[in-house]
Design a binder for this molecule. Structure first.
Ligand code: MN
Length: 191
């Protein structure tokens, strides 16, 4: 069972002006696709030919982990964006207020965590096994599933995510990211 590159749930230019068509063509069409192609080459003839993507992320190591986790992370990142943003629903808003003091406090913490991630990686909103929420950061292909946390939202802070649109300005990219966050997706993940 080969891994596949999911279709984006919106057009390549749908996230403009915050994220350009050119960024999606490279980030989704080349970077994300390459992780899928590389993972499929690596699993040929191995036990991972018949595992789901989630299982592969939890069990793989080394180069295969890097590629399957990057497939997972990008699938989740794209689903967490929308060209038609709506406000957080009551259940999610209440959870963010309870954990972080407010929605803006949560956004500030996640922004600081994303900007503070050294080098390539991801910032996450996760639900921990005890049900509390937390903001965390992973390096390179790191994914919270391997630590037992459930991802609710992520932002990609690899340079390829923002260099076409904002050059080195990760903070500017983050400002625009918040205009695209799919709060309904986050609330669905909250469960
Ligand atoms: Mn990326």
């Amino acid at each position: 069972m080969a891994f596949t590159l999911p279709e984006l749930p919106y057009a390549r230019d749908a996230l403009e002006p915050h994220m350009s068509r050119e960024t999606l063509e490279f980030h989704y069409g080349k970077h994300h696709k390459t992780y899928v192609d590389t993972a499929n080459k690596l699993i040929a003839g191995t036990e991972f030919e018949n595992t789901t993507l989630d299982e592969a992320v939890k069990k793989a190591s080394g180069k295969l982990f890097n590629n399957v986790a990057q497939i997972w992370n990008h699938n989740f990142f794209w689903e967490g964006l929308t060209p038609s943003q709506t406000a957080p629903g009551k259940k999610l808003a209440d959870a963010l207020v309870k954990q972080f003091g407010g929605i803006d406090d949560f956004k500030k913490l996640m922004t600081e965590t994303a900007i503070g991630t050294f080098g390539s990686g991801w910032a996450w909103l996760v639900k921990k096994p005890d049900g509390t929420l937390a903001v965390s950061s992973t390096s390179n292909a790191g994914n919270p599933l391997t630590g037992g946390d459930k991802p609710l939202l992520t932002v990609d802070v690899w340079e390829h995510a923002y260099y076409i649109d904002y050059r080195n300005a990760r903070a500017t990219y983050l400002e625009h990211y918040w205009a695209l966050v799919n709060w309904a997706f986050v609330e669905k993940n909250l469960g």
